[in-house]
Design a protein around this ligand. Structure first.
Ligand code: PEP
Ligand code: MG
Length: 877
């Protein structure tokens, strides 16, 4: 295969092969934008390298040919001693992973070419600074040397000279540093720093490939659900220098505000700086608008390019650029990450600008983004909290938690169940663990494009950055703002929209988007975000084929679900109605020794059940309500075996306790989830299901009498054989006839045997609802209550799966059963209604699958309903 592509050979659609960076550098090259020449080594080569621990055959020659072509174009050879070509070796995977993988700049410098560079640039200081940067980056990245050793050396050089900034170091200092750095390499890597330019480049390529499996990269992929086996491409790009003097610099820009979606000039610029200085948030940047004063020609050209890019990509783009002695170069672009609110706003703005149509707009927002917009906000600020300072609102949301100053501490406290806010001067990729553990992130340095901001936005985590009044002292575990000190453990609140930081806990309120779904706020009330959400939801609703129902067990939840757009109830779990005071009746039922005792217990339960159902039918007047008969093992309603045993053993027990203990022992099962539950309870305990069906039928009858329109659907759980269903059906039909009410009778499909015999089961079922929680459990043999904490972490880390199958449906296995059951069920009964009521009903990826297999509806918890509606619309477009 072809492993190397020149920038003139690629394009933006080749991200799988060239990674995002490579594909977009190629696209910009083809658009005629000023991109330094270069080429990309494919992610396929990376995958080969990671699998075989050696480079694929022929790659070396191919790279050599492309390097020669690059040298010809540039008119100089890599590392040529009198006028060296220097290159950067940059990672770039299909999905952007900000700062998680490696990059090495200034490849091609050695003891000779550094003189050539000095002469050609007329800037000796710059040449030696570049050389020491190479050894530093190369040492850390390629030779795995602790980066602090280099940092300490440069700090010592500054201290010895009595200066604070790198900018105050002079040529001789850098020459000395080069010597020191080489010494560090020698001592720690057991080899000399390689002087052969091609060797430098080859080693850097391998290191970038290897960085795909760096710990933080693995962690980031898990967090962002990026598949573990993609690998990264590598870009070899001719160096341009932002550190040649004050007429040089480097910056990042957005074509729109990634936080709000507003069009304008957004970005940061840093004069006389190289590459990663900006993103790392190490030195303070100036706003991009200031570039107009600094270098008007480059500024105008940049704006022109930004417009070209936005019209070409028809979307918000983010950009990295460098100015070398007054000449602008584009180093990267991509369709930019944005906040959830900006995604909705931008999509509708682009429709208004006629750059995209409404279908495309709906495709560009996601259910996950909508879910983020439904998170609560800060409400009124109470007297007991104090606003202590303000930074930039970098990633919206309202976060409250205990202040911590290191990622390790954040992880520790979060593991103990505490909410924490991570305070850092700036974050680095090594803080990823802490950022994941924290509720919110607060930094005292860096702009909207700093590492903390970019990563937090990607995660949808609240972040305030650049709160410059904060002095953070990691060692003392405290931070000070004018007049206040925050100690570790103090509760603070941060507002990711306004950037405000409070000492104390601020109460949270519903977001405007939730108020909109609740009907308390309308699209014409002047909130631009609400208007965007309204418009895109309407369009999604007009496009979707899947209906969306709610999992709800009481009238209140049902009513809210309906306001959120539910078209019925797909799962009412009746066992939730047996908790609290009603537990007593279930105990009575279990302990009943005679038929009379049992009937008495059932009689006591029936009116309570009936009342529950009446409330739900009222809330869902005119819409279908699927009620599932009792499912879990009955001993879940009894006291704990150990507690009882202790009570009885210590003579602390009543006579009831002794009978209970006996019952608990009798009902004890080794594998309760595979035991006496679901339909099996109905078969074994006479009258139990009959009582529930009667309560449903009478509730429906009474609501009908009251002028309402109840549509009951009675659902039998955990059926594995049509005979079980037939047995229950007969009992249920008798009760329905007795009360004189009609209802559909159907089953859940949550056992592989049910799926494989769906053709038979459909003889006795008017509908199927896939219980994908249990179906996942029983198909994989994974205990749904245990495995996530037991070993899924390791599985995800190894890439055995990309995401937990309990979160996103396993399409290949469980999905195949769903497909078979749907097809064979419908073959028996063409008008069989098909739905899904497991947790997957509110999961975006899974919703697309359920659309594809032709289900009639998905059912999910009330707060996921808008998400499911949107995703069902996207699936249909
Ligand atoms: C399921 O198994 O998917 C389901 C919806 O039922 P439960 O979660 O109550 O077992
Ligand atoms: Mg189930």
């Amino acid at each position: 295969p072809k492993y190397v592509y020149d920038f003139t050979e690629g394009n933006k659609d080749l991200k799988d092969l060239l990674g995002g960076k490579g594909a977009n550098l190629a696209e910009m090259t083809n658009l005629g934008l000023p991109v330094p020449p270069g080429f990309t080594i494919t992610s396929e080569a990376c995958r080969y390298y990671l699998d075989h621990e050696t480079m694929p055959e022929g790659l070396d020659d191919e790279v050599g040919r492309y390097l020669e072509a690059l040298e010809r174009e540039m008119g100089k050879r890599l590392g040529q001693s009198d006028d060296p070509l220097l290159v950067s070796v940059r990672s770039g995977a299909k999905f952007s992973m900000p700062g998680m993988m490696e990059t090495v700049l200034n490849i091609g410098l050695n003891d000779e070419s550094v003189h050539g560079l000095a002469e050609r640039s007329g800037n000796e200081r710059f040449a030696w600074d570049s050389y020491r940067r190479l050894i530093q980056m190369f040492g850390k990245t390629v030779l795995d040397i602790d980066g602090d050793l280099f940092e300490t050396a440069i700090d010592e050089a500054k201290a010895a000279k009595g200066v604070e900034s790198d900018l105050d170091l002079e040529v001789d200092d850098f020459k000395d540093l080069v010597g020191t750095y080489k010494e560090i390499v020698r001592e720690n890597a057991g080899r000399e720093f390689p002087t052969d330019p091609r060797e430098q480049m080859d080693l850097a390529i391998k290191a970038v490939f290897g960085s795909w499996n760096a710990e933080r990269a693995i962690l980031y992929r898990r967090q962002e659900r990026i598949p573990a086996d993609l690998g990264t491409a590598v870009n070899i790009v001719a160096m341009v220098f932002g550190n040649l003097g004050m007429d040089s610099g480097t910056g990042v820009a957005f074509t729109r505000d990634p936080a709000s979606g507003q069009q304008g000039i957004y970005g940061d610029y840093l004069q006389n700086a190289q590459g990663e200085d900006v993103v790392a948030g190490i030195r303070s940047t100036v706003p991009l608008a200031d570039l107009e004063q600094i270098d008007k020609k480059s500024y105008d050209e940049l704006l022109q390019i930004m417009e070209t890019l936005e019209n070409h990509y028809r979307d918000l783009c983010d950009i990295e650029f460098t100015i070398e002695s007054g000449k602008l170069w584009m180093l990267q672009t991509r369709v930019g990450k944005r906040t959830a609110a900006a995604a909705f706003r931008i999509a509708t703005q682009l429709v208004d600008q006629e750059l995209i149509d409404e279908d495309e707009a709906v495709r560009r927002v996601t259910g996950d983004q909508l879910a983020q917009l439904m998170f609560p906000r800060f409400g009124e600020i109470g007297d007991d909290v104090k606003k202590i300072t303000e930074g930039m609102g970098a990633s919206p949301g309202a976060a409250v938690g205990k202040a911590v100053f290191t990622s390790a501490r954040a992880v520790e406290l979060a593991d103990d169940g505490e909410d924490v806010i991570l305070l850092r001067r700036e974050t680095s990729p090594d803080d990823l663990n802490g950022m994941i553990a924290a509720r919110g992130i607060l930094t005292s340095r860096g702009g909207k494009t700093s590492h903390a901001a970019v990563v937090a936005r990607g995660m949808g985590k609240t972040c305030v950055c650049g709160a410059e009044e904060l002095e953070i002292d990691v060692r003392a575990r405290q931070a000070t703002a004018p007049g206040v000190t925050i100690e570790e453990g103090d509760v603070i609140s941060i507002d990711g929209t306004t950037g405000a930081v409070y000492l104390g806990e601020v109460a949270v309120v519903d977001s405007p988007v939730v108020q909109y779904f609740e009907g308390a706020l309308s699209a014409s009330d002047g909130d631009e975000l609400v208007a965007s959400v309204d418009r895109l939801m309407r369009h999604a609703d007009s496009r979707r084929r899947l209906a969306v129902r709610a999992n709800a067990d009481n009238g209140d939840d049902a009513a809210r679900a309906r306001r959120f757009g539910a078209q019925g109830i797909g799962l009412c779990r009746t066992e939730h109605m047996f908790l609290g005071e009603r537990r007593q009746y279930v105990e009575d039922l279990i302990l009943a020794e005679t038929r009379d005792d049992r009937n008495a217990a059932l009689h006591a339960l029936e009116p309570l059940q009936k009342q529950d159902f009446k409330e739900i039918f009222e809330a869902m007047d005119g819409l279908p309500v699927t009620i599932r008969l009792i499912d879990p093992p009955l001993h879940e309603f009894l006291p704990d075996l150990t507690d009882l045993t202790v009570r009885v053993a210590t003579g602390d027990a009543s006579s009831d306790d002794e009978r209970l203990l006996e019952a608990v022992r009798r009902l004890h099962e080794q594998n309760p989830m595979l035991g006496l539950r679901g339909v099996r309870l109905g078969v074994v305990i006479p009258g139990l299901f009959g009582m529930q069906v009667r309560a449903i039928a009478e509730a429906a009858a009474e609501q009908k009498e009251a002028g309402r329109e109840p549509h009951a659907e009675i659902m039998i759980p955990l059926v594995g054989a049509v005979q079980e269903l037939e047995y229950i059906r007969e009992e249920a039909e008798k009760v329905l006839a007795d009360v004189g009410v009609e209802a559909l009778i159907g089953t859940m499909i949550e056992l592989p045997r049910a799926a494989m015999t769906a053709g038979q089961i459909a003889e006795a079922a008017e509908f199927f609802s896939f219980g994908t929680n249990d179906l996942t459990q029983t198909t994989w043999g994974f205990s749904r209550d245990d495995v996530e904490s037991a070993f899924f972490g390791r599985y995800l880390e190894l890439g055995i799966f990309g995401v937990s199958p309990f979160e996103t449906l396993d399409v290949d296995g469980v999905g195949r059963l769903v497909r078979i059951a749907a097809e064979e069920g419908r073959a028996t009964r063409p008008d069989l209604k098909l739905g899904i009521c497991g947790e997957h009903g509110g999961d975006p990826d899974s919703v697309h699958f359920f659309h594809d297999v032709g289900l009639d509806y998905v059912s999910c918890s009330p707060f996921r309903i808008p998400v499911a509606r949107l995703e069902a619309g996207r699936a249909a477009i």
